[in-house]
Design a protein around this ligand. Structure first.
Ligand code: ADP
Ligand code: MG
Length: 451
C-alpha cells in the first residue's frame, strides 16, 4: 500500500518535493489506524506531518485503509532501511522513540506543498515580485522590511509566500517561520482576548523569526486587531526580523487602515503582481500539462489547445488552472484525446464567462460619463489636465481590460502613437499607488465595465 501511496503523492507534489521529503521515509507499519515511519531527522518528520500529512492519510484511505494518525520516529542511521519495503526485524526495540520532538505551539497555517518556487512560472508581470520573494527566501540579512506584495485575485501572492516559507524552512530549519492569513491573525488575537492571555499572544508572535501575513486588507476597519498587528509589526522590525505582507491592493489604497500602519507597510519594498499576459498564461498551462502527463499517462493533447486557452481565459490563474483540470478529468473519463473541439465543448461555460469582452469604445464612453467630458474631447487633441488625465485613465483601462495592442489603442484614441499609450499606462500605474482618488476611480470604472 505504501508503494501505491508514494506513487500518487509523487504525481501530486512533483519529483523534487518527493525526493526531498517522501523518499527518506521508511515505512514501518500500519496498525490500528496509525502509520509509523522511521525518519532520518525529526525535522523531516515534522515537515512531512505538517505539509503532506493530510495527503498521505487521504491516499491511504483511498486505498481502503483507515488512517487516523501518522507517527514519525527518528531512527538510528542503520535502522532507516534504504528501501522502504525492507522492514527491520527488531521494530520492537524503539517504540517509544515515536514521541514527536518537542514542538513549539503551532502558530501558523499549514503550507500548500505545491506552492514552491519550482512550480512558480515567471513572466514579465510577476518577475519583480518573484525576484523579491527569492531574495527573501534566501534568508540572508534583512534588506527590505517588510516585503509587501500586492495584486488582484489569483495572481500568485499566496503561492509566493508559501514558496518563501518552504525555502526558509528547508534552508534554515532553525528559524521560526510563521505564515498565516490576516483573518487567522485576528482570530488568534480575539481568542487571546477571550482567554485573557494577550501577554501570551504577544510573546508568541514576538518570538518568531519570519512572519508572513496574507491578505492584510482583511484587518482594515478592525480596530483592536489593527492596533495589535501594528505593535507586533514594530516589535519584529525592531528586532530586525523579516516580515512579509500581502494584500489585494497597494498599502495606500487600503481603506480604513490607519495611516501609521500604511506608512509602516510602505517603508520596505512594495511590489505588485500585474495581471497575467498571454505568454505567462501559456507558460503556466504548459507547466500544468507536464504535471498532468504523470497523472493521466497516455492522454493526448492536441497542438493549439493551450494557446487557445491562454488566449481566451484571461482572468485569474486559478480559473485557468480549474479549466485545465476539468479538461483533463473530462477527457480521461470519456477516453478521448484533447482536441480543440473537445475543449470548446467541455469548457463552454468558462469560455462564455470570459467572453464578455470589454471594448475600447465602451471604456471611452464610461470614462467620459464618469468625468463628464465629451467623447470628442477624450479622443481629441486637447491637452489640458482635466481632459488629459481621464484620457490616460481610459488608455490604461483599455490596456488592462482588452487584448488590444498599444498601437491599436493609440489608433482608437484619435490616432495617437503607441508610446503615448505606453506613457499613459505607466503614469496611471504610478498614480494608482499614490493617489487614492485615482485608485478609487479606476476601481469603480473597472467594476462597471466588467459587470
Ligand atoms: P492569490 O493569493 O494572489 O489570490 P494564489 O497564490 O492563490 O493567488 O494563486 C492562485 C493559483 O494560481 C494557485 O493555484 C497558484 O499556484 C497559481 N498560480 C498563480 N500564479 C502562478 C505562476 N506564476 N506560476 C504557477 N502557478 C501560479
Ligand atoms: Mg491568496
Amino acid at each position: 500500500k505504501w508503494g501505491l501511496v508514494c506513487n500518487e503523492i509523487r504525481s501530486e507534489i512533483g519529483d523534487n518535493n518527493y525526493t526531498t521529503w517522501i523518499k527518506p521515509l521508511a515505512f514501518k507499519d500500519l496498525q490500528d489506524g496509525v502509520v509509523s515511519f522511521n525518519v532520518p531527522t525529526s525535522f523531516v518528520g515534522d515537515w512531512v506531518q505538517r505539509n503532506f500529512g493530510d495527503q498521505i492519510k487521504q491516499h491511504f484511505m483511498r486505498s481502503g485503509e483507515q488512517v487516523d494518525r501518522l507517527e514519525f520516529a527518528v531512527a538510528p542511521k542503520s535502522a532507516v532501511a534504504p528501501s522502504a519495503k525492507a522492514e527491520p526485524a527488531n521494530t520492537k526495540t524503539a517504540p517509544t522513540a515515536a514521541a514527536p520532538a518537542v514542538r513549539q505551539p503551532d502558530l501558523g497555517a499549514p503550507l500548500d506543498a505545491r506552492f514552491t518556487f519550482d512550480s512558480f512560472v515567471v513572466g514579465k508581470p510577476n518577475e519583480l515580485a518573484h525576484a523579491a520573494a527569492r531574495r527573501v527566501g534566501e534568508g540572508g540579512p534583512v534588506t527590505f522590511n517588510p516585503l509587501f506584495l500586492y495584486g488582484g485575485v489569483g495572481l500568485g501572492k499566496t503561492h509566493l509566500m508559501h514558496a518563501i516559507a518552504h525555502e526558509l524552512r528547508t534552508k534554515s530549519p532553525h528559524l521560526r517561520v510563521v505564515y498565516l492569513s490576516a483573518e487567522q491573525f485576528m482570530y488568534r488575537f480575539i481568542q487571546a482576548l477571550r482567554e485573557r492571555d494577550t501577554m501570551g499572544f504577544k510573546e508568541l508572535f514576538r518570538s518568531v523569526d519570519v512572519l508572513m501575513v496574507d491578505d492584510v486588507q482583511f484587518i482594515a476597519g478592525k480596530d483592536s486587531t489593527q492596533e495589535e498587528f501594528f505593535h507586533t509589526f514594530n516589535a519584529l522590525v525592531d528586532q530586525n526580523k523579516q516580515i512579509i505582507i500581502s494584500a489585494d491592493r497597494a498599502p495606500g489604497e487600503i481603506k480604513d487602515l490607519e495611516d501609521r500602519i500604511k506608512s509602516r507597510l510602505q517603508c520596505g519594498l512594495v511590489v505588485d503582481l500585474h495581471p497575467t499576459d498571454y505568454e505567462l498564461r501559456l507558460g503556466i498551462l504548459q507547466q500544468k500539462v507536464d504535471h498532468y502527463r504523470n497523472q493521466y499517462p497516455g492522454l493526448m493533447i492536441h497542438d493549439g489547445v493551450l494557446e487557445f486557452l491562454a488566449h481566451r481565459i484571461s482572468t485569474n490563474v486559478r480559473v485557468l488552472e480549474g479549466a485545465l483540470t476539468r479538461l483533463f478529468a473530462f477527457a480521461s473519463l470519456v477516453g478521448k484525446e484533447i482536441t480543440l473541439d473537445l475543449t470548446q465543448d467541455c469548457l463552454s461555460d468558462v469560455l462564455r464567462a470570459s467572453d464578455r469582452k470589454v471594448t475600447v469604445e465602451e471604456i471611452q464612453r464610461r470614462v467620459g460619463e464618469h468625468f463628464s467630458i465629451r467623447l470628442s474631447d477624450l479622443i481629441g487633441p486637447k491637452r489640458n489636465r482635466t481632459i488629459a488625465r481621464p484620457r490616460q485613465i481610459a488608455m490604461y483601462l483599455a490596456k488592462q481590460l482588452t487584448s488590444r495592442s498599444l498601437p491599436e489603442i493609440g489608433r482608437r484614441f484619435g490616432g495617437r502613437d503607441h508610446t503615448t499609450v505606453m506613457h499613459a499606462v505607466k503614469r496611471i500605474d504610478e498614480l494608482r499607488a499614490k493617489d487614492s482618488q485615482i485608485a478609487e476611480d479606476l476601481e469603480l470604472l473597472r467594476r462597471m465595465l466588467e459587470a
